[in-house]
Design a protein around this ligand. Structure first.
Ligand code: ZN
Ligand code: ZN
Length: 351
């Protein structure tokens, strides 16, 4: 099969690429401003993505307030011209040298982590646990965490972080693929397919959405004790698996009391402060605890496939849309859950 010339990406490009772009950058804590930045250049194994839409994630809000879990050159991400945002999608507008796995003009959604590809963990396929985390010169990227993210007009992505977006999937829906991928990765790590999955939360509207998305049971922990509810729903046997996505300080101790002996807990959120844990309870009951940092094991590709097959209707959780200029408002809606906001999307490219 004839392959395009390795420099094909830079010739005959129907997408004119300006020298500079608008990008939101983080100053001090919770200080965002728009600056003009050079459009980044994709290297080998990379492409330039024109960002079309981005969703606001609870982790973005953590990063803007506390810095962690983002880290730039080993330090907090404040006042370094850092652009946050990791749940974005867009259109490939330029290919780096040797890239022929994707085409200019292709719509893609992104996952966060590109491992270095050379450390022990990357070689084991655990690229979200890359031992060169944050070491840009060794090839590691985690856009929106250790390298620039998607609250900008353009971003550079490693080709391993891209998943194709079908024509009939909207920009907003495609931004939600990485979120679904993280949940799927959690299920993988715990070693299970969950039949009869449950869901807890504090807001009825969110929980109602959980039911429409296929949860068998929903529990409002504002009105009912979550541990008692799980014990009631499982006839006192406890759950096999708990996927913890809230980051609440008491969540691990509660999860431990929801699972049965030998059960598995996967932690997928970031509490802001150290949390006291009843370790003796975990040990006495042979409970396995796993931490995952986002989507691993190419779970994003499986999430994208399920969403393309309409097996999981992510549109249900998308509640609000804002423009590029309204990024601070979008973040406020997500943070304060104004009008019961669930997933807030910023349409970066005007349609
Ligand atoms: Zn996220
Ligand atoms: Zn690595």
């Amino acid at each position: 099969m004839a392959r395009p010339h390795p420099d094909a990406g830079s010739r005959g490009n129907q997408y004119p690429i300006p020298a500079s772009m608008k990008a939101w950058v983080l100053g001090g804590p919770e200080e965002l401003s728009v600056v003009e930045k050079p459009v980044p250049e994709p290297g080998p194994t990379e492409v330039l993505v024109r960002v079309d839409a981005i969703a606001v994630c609870a982790t973005d809000i953590e990063i803007m307030r506390h810095g962690v879990p983002a880290m730039i050159d080993g330090g907090l991400p404040f006042n370094r011209g850092f652009t946050p945002g990791h749940e974005y999608m867009g259109t490939i507008v330029k290919l780096g040298p040797t890239v022929d796995e994707f085409q200019v003009g292709e719509r893609v959604t992104v996952e966060v982590h590109a491992g270095c590809g050379r450390c022990q963990r990357c070689r084991e396929g655990m690229y979200t646990s890359c031992l060169n985390y944050g070491y840009r010169a060794k090839g590691h990227r985690a856009n929106g965490f250790s390298t620039d993210g998607g609250f900008a007009e353009y971003a550079v992505n490693n080709i391993n972080t891209l998943a194709h977006v079908p024509d009939d999937m909207s920009d907003a829906e495609a931004t939600l693929v990485v979120t679904a991928g993280t949940a799927m990765c959690g299920l993988d790590v715990m070693g299970g397919v969950i039949a009869g999955e449950g869901l807890t939360g504090t807001r009825d509207r969110r929980l109602e959405m959980g039911k429409r998305l296929g949860a068998d049971h929903i529990v409002n922990v504002g009105r009912e004790d979550a541990v008692e509810a799980v014990q009631r729903l499982t006839g006192g046997r406890g759950a096999q698996y708990v996927l913890e996505c809230s980051g609440a300080p008491k969540a691990l101790n509660e999860a431990a009391r929801m699972v049965n002996r030998g059960g598995r807990i996967c932690l997928a959120a970031f509490p802001a402060d150290p949390v006291p844990v009843d370790l003796a309870y975990l040990v006495r009951n042979n409970i396995y605890v796993f931490g995952i940092r986002g989507e691993g094991k190419s779970a994003t590709h499986r999430a994208a496939a399920l969403m393309a097959q309409k097996r999981f209707d992510a549109k249900l959780i998308h509640t609000h849309t804002f423009s590029f200029a309204e990024v601070p408002t979008a973040i406020r809606y997500a943070r304060e859950r104004i009008e019961d906001a669930i997933k807030v999307v910023v349409q970066i490219r005007e349609t």
